[in-house]
Design a protein around this ligand. Structure first.
Ligand code: FAD
Length: 396
């Protein structure tokens, strides 16, 4: 499998290329033939996660010292892209698992907790969810109402209501964001916790437009025993840091979905005949295809800098927002064009184009919506301009 963006190869080690080859084989064998059936059933089989863990897909970014693969961010993104070309729901799961569910404890948990949870989290024995969103806390994480209180014996107990949590009801363990108090100005103090999912009270699998095979869930936490991850009050900072990597995973998922849909459209263009010609001979469709290719290449080009910056140990939040914003919107446009190129057949469930179109839409919302990415970008750009031109307003 040769990636259309050959510049990527300059940034991958031989062992990473071998990992990607192995991943492509895994996807062709274990995922591609089943993705449509999982969508119909609205469920991913549990043993897929065990197999993925054994194939190294559950610990791609984690160091070898804890049982991970120690791959670069770029290699992780290319693996997510390959999965998404065939199954958006599982790609979303792997993106969230690696960047958030593993990334959070990896970067912030005590050595004692890490020893307890790794390698079960990395080898596929445990499925892990990451729970921030609530009925009153989406883009505005300040709305979190779940509380954590410490009992006299030192145990933390969580109470609250979480919503839209990927694999929430199917997970074994979970990272949960909760409020541990308020500072002297009344500002909420966020902390992160590790829980066993068996203690939650399920409400439902939330029916979604796309990524239907994923378990998007709603549940209550009622006096759930929990272990703190990292320092008290540092939960929000840690969550936002994990979301930088998470956004690159969603950008990669977007590119994979866009490419998957466009590949089907290309084949349809070359085989479907109308008015005595292949539909590939109609300029209107050729131009649509050209726009898809350009936009997906542009999305790939925006994904490379934050991956390189991550490898250099530099902060890449702004670049992650560029990549996530552009790739998710480009993928939606590409999947929409692919569906249009395929005509009535594209709109039916006889092909995967409509599934990819629905799945791609999620990428514009999850892990920070397009509007939130535009807020982040414009805030940085305007701050730079204020400094450059000496035009900052005096602080009130
Ligand atoms: C399938 C799926 C899986 C998910 N998985 C997880 C998960 O595993 N863990 C988790 O914690 N969460 C998860 N989420 C939640 C997801 O991260 C949120 O849906 C997302 O952050 C948006 O929040 P919201 O849905 O509350 O939208 P809202 O915040 O209510 O936003 C509504 C609209 O207002 C816009 N908006 C909000 N604020 C502003 C502003 N200041 N300026 C301009 N526009 C604004 C938004 O962009 C959006 O268009 C998942 C969601 C879905 C659909």
């Amino acid at each position: 499998m040769l990636h259309p963006n050959s510049l990527y190869y300059d940034h991958l080690k031989p062992e990473e290329l071998a990992f990607l080859k192995k991943t492509a084989d895994f996807v062709a064998r274990e995922i591609a033939p089943h993705a449509a059936a999982w969508e119909e059933k609205e469920e991913l089989p549990r043993d897929l996660f065990t197999k993925a863990g054994r194939a190294g897909l559950m610990g791609m970014l984690a160091p070898k010292s804890v049982g991970g693969q120690e791959l670069s961010m770029l290699c992780f993104c290319l693996a997510i892209e390959e999965i998404a070309r065939h199954c958006g729901a599982f790609a979303m799961n792997m993106a969230a698992h690696n960047a958030l569910c593993v990334g959070h404890p990896l970067g912030h948990a005590s050595d004692e907790l890490k020893k307890k949870i790794f390698p079960s989290v990395l080898n596929g024995d445990w499925m892990v969810a990451w729970a921030l969103t609530e009925p009153n806390a989406g883009s505005d994480t300040g709305g979190v109402e779940t509380t954590a209180a410490q009992s006299p014996d030192g145990t933390w107990r969580l109470n609250g209501h979480k919503l839209y949590i990927t694999m929430g009801l199917h997970s074994d363990r979970m990272v949960v964001m909760a409020i541990t108090g308020r500072d002297e100005k009344g500002k909420k103090e966020f902390s992160a916790f590790w829980i066993e999912t068996k203690h939650i009270e399920p409400v439902r699998k939330v029916p979604t437009t796309g990524v239907r095979a994923s378990n998007t869930s709603e549940f209550y936490l009622k006096d759930v025993p929990a272990e703190m991850i990292g320092a008290r009050g540092k939960g929000q900072h840690a969550a936002l840091a994990c979301l930088d990597g998470g956004r690159l995973g969603i950008a990669a998922m977007s590119i994979g979905l866009g490419r998957g849909a466009v590949e089907i459209a290309k084949q349809r263009m070359l085989t479907r005949r109308q008015f005595g010609k292949r539909i590939a001979d109609f300029q209107a469709l050729q131009f649509r295809l050209a726009d898809c290719e350009v936009e997906l290449r542009a999305a790939e080009a925006l994904l490379l800098p934050p991956c390189v910056m991550h490898a250099r140990g530099q902060k890449f939040s702004l670049e992650a927002s560029f990549a996530k914003l552009y790739a998710s919107e480009a993928a939606s446009r590409a999947a929409n064009s692919a569906l249009q190129i395929c005509g009535g057949w594209g709109y039916t469930r006889d092909t995967s184009v409509e599934r990819m179109w629905r799945d791609a839409r999620l990428c514009e919302i999850g892990e920070g919506s397009s509007e939130v990415q535009r807020l982040i970008i414009s805030r940085v750009v305007l701050k730079e301009a204020e400094e450059k031109y000496g035009l900052a307003e005096p602080k009130k």
